[in-house]
Ligand binder design. Sequence first.
Ligand SMILES: N[C@@H](CCC(=O)N[C@@H](CS)C(=O)NCC(=O)O)C(=O)O
Length: 323
Amino acid sequence: MLVNGHWQKKWDPVQKTDNEGRFLRQNSAFKGSLSEHHLKKISEQNAEPAIKLYVAYICPWATRTLIARSLLGLEKYIPVSVVAPEITDFGWHFAPSDTVFPGSTAAENEEIEYIHQLYTQSDQNYTGRATVPVLWDTQEQIIINNESEEILRIFNTELRPLHQSELDLYPENFQQAIDAFNNSIYHTLNNGVYRAGFATSQQAYEEAFAEVFSTLETLEKHFTRQKFAVADQLTESDIRLFVTLIRFDLAYYGLFKTNLKRIADYPALSAYLDRLMQVPAFSQNTWPDHIKAGYYSVKALNPTGIVPKGPDLKWFKESVKTG
Ligand SMILES: N[C@@H](CCC(=O)N[C@@H](CS)C(=O)NCC(=O)O)C(=O)O
C-alpha cells in the first residue's frame, strides 16, 4: 500500500483486521463525478478519450463497472485497461506483451506500469491501498472516482445521454427496493466472503461463514419466486449479486473456505446464474482464468501460488476466452 505517497515494499494483500480478527475494508478516497466539460469531451469522441477505466477481471468490484458499461452500451466512450490478474508485491501491474496473461492489457500500451502510480499522480501524499476499479481523467491525469458503486451510478445517470440502451439500472420507482436489496447482500455476502477468507481468528471466520450461508438460503428462496433481484427487470442489484455468485464456486468455496455448499448446489441460484450468463454483458466480462489466477495469487492465503485445475462448471463450458 501507499503511505504518504510512498509504496511500502513489505506489503501483504491482506487488508486490516480488528482486535478480534475481523476483516476491515478500507473506504474509497476519490469520490468525484463528471463535469459538464467531461461530458462534452466524452461525447465528442476525440482521438484521445476523455476518461478511461482501469480494472482487473478477477475483481468483483471492478467487474460491476464493466457489466454496467456493457449493458448501457458505453464501450465506445470508455476504453478499458485490464491489469495482470496476479497481485504482486507492488500491487496491480501491467505485464509486458511476451508474458501478458490472455485478456490483460500489455504494458507497452500503457503509460504506467503499476496502478499505484495513478494514486500518486492524483495525490502525491496518498495513503491507502491502490485498488481497482479506477475511473481516470485522461486530460487532467487524475482519478475521478475509485468506488465501484459510485462509478456504476455515474455510468447509469450522468452518462444517460450517451446510452445505447433503454435500460435504467437504478429506476426511480425501484430505488428504495434496490438500496434495500444491495444492503441485504453487501455485508453478509459481497463482503461476507472476504470477511470469511481474510479473517484471522476462528470466531471471526465462523461469524462471516454463517452470514454468507444464511444469505444464500434467503436468496435461494427469493429466486424460486423471482427472475431478477428487484422487480421484473435487470437492475444494478443483479450486477452486484452476480459478481459474487459467479466467483463463489471458482474461488471463494476453496480459497476463502466458504465451503458448506456451492452455488451449483442451489437450484434457483444456479438457474439465475444460467439466465444472467446468457446476457453477453455478464458472460463477456467474466473471465474464469483471471478469477482463479488472481485469487490464488494471494500469498497470505496460498503461499505456494498453485492454482487449482477445477472446478468444471457448466457456466464456463462455451466461453473459453482467448484474449
Ligand atoms: N470499495 C472498492 C473496493 C475495491 C477493491 O477492494 N478492489 C480490490 C480488488 S478486488 C483491490 O484492488 N485490492 C488491492 C488492494 O487491496 O491493495 C470498490 O468497490 O470499488
